[in-house]
Design a protein. Structure first.
Length: 159
C-alpha cells in the first residue's frame, strides 16, 4: 500500500486520486490558518516554488481538530492562505487526522511513520515526506520548520 492508493477532495469538492502524483516527492502537511505555526505556510510555499519544477509537490490538508484553529469554510480557508501567506500549492478539503473519522490517507501516514510517543498527530503542521513511489520516508514534528526539511527533500529529488 502507498500514498498513491488514496483519493482526496480538493477544497472545491472535486475528488482527486493521489496516483496523479506518482513520480513526485510529496510533502503532506495538516494545516490551520488560525494556528500560531501558520507562518510556516510561507516556508512551505518557498519549498513549493523552489522545487516544484524538480518534482516536489506540497499538499496541504486543513484540519480543525486542534483547538478549532481552522474554523472557516474550505473556500474561505483557501482564500486566507492565498491572501495572507501567498500559498499556491494545493490545499484540500478539511479533514480529520485523528480519531474514528480520520481520513484513510492519514491513517496510512500515521501507520507508516509513528510519532515519538504514539502514532497520533499531536498538532497542526505535522509533516510527512513521501518518495516518488508513494512510500512515507519521514515524519516531522509541527515545530520542525520547512527550511529544516530542505536537505531531505533534495536527497529524494536527486535519487
Amino acid at each position: 500500500m502507498s500514498v498513491h492508493d488514496f483519493s482526496v477532495k480538493k477544497a472545491n469538492g472535486e475528488e482527486i486520486k493521489l496516483d496523479s502524483f506518482e513520480g513526485d516527492v510529496l510533502l503532506i502537511v495538516n494545516t490551520a490558518t488560525k494556528c500560531g505555526l501558520a507562518p510556516q505556510f510561507k516556508g512551505l510555499e518557498t519549498l513549493h516554488q523552489t522545487y516544484k519544477e524538480q518534482g516536489l509537490k506540497v499538499l496541504g490538508f486543513p484540519c480543525n481538530q486542534f483547538m478549532k484553529q481552522e474554523p472557516v469554510s474550505n473556500e474561505e480557508m483557501a482564500e486566507t492562505c492565498q491572501l495572507n501567506f501567498g500559498v499556491t500549492f494545493p490545499l484540500f478539503a478539511k479533514i480529520d487526522v485523528n480519531g474514528k473519522n480520520a481520513h484513510p490517507l492519514y491513517k496510512h501516514l500515521k501507520q507508516s511513520k509513528q510519532g515519538i510517543l504514539s502514532s497520533e498527530i499531536k498538532w497542526n503542521f505535522t509533516k510527512f515526506l513521501v518518495d516518488q513511489q508513494g512510500q512515507v520516508v519521514e515524519r516531522y514534528a509541527p515545530t520542525v520548520t520547512p527550511d529544516k526539511i530542505e536537505d531531505d527533500i533534495k536527497k529524494l529529488l536527486n535519487k
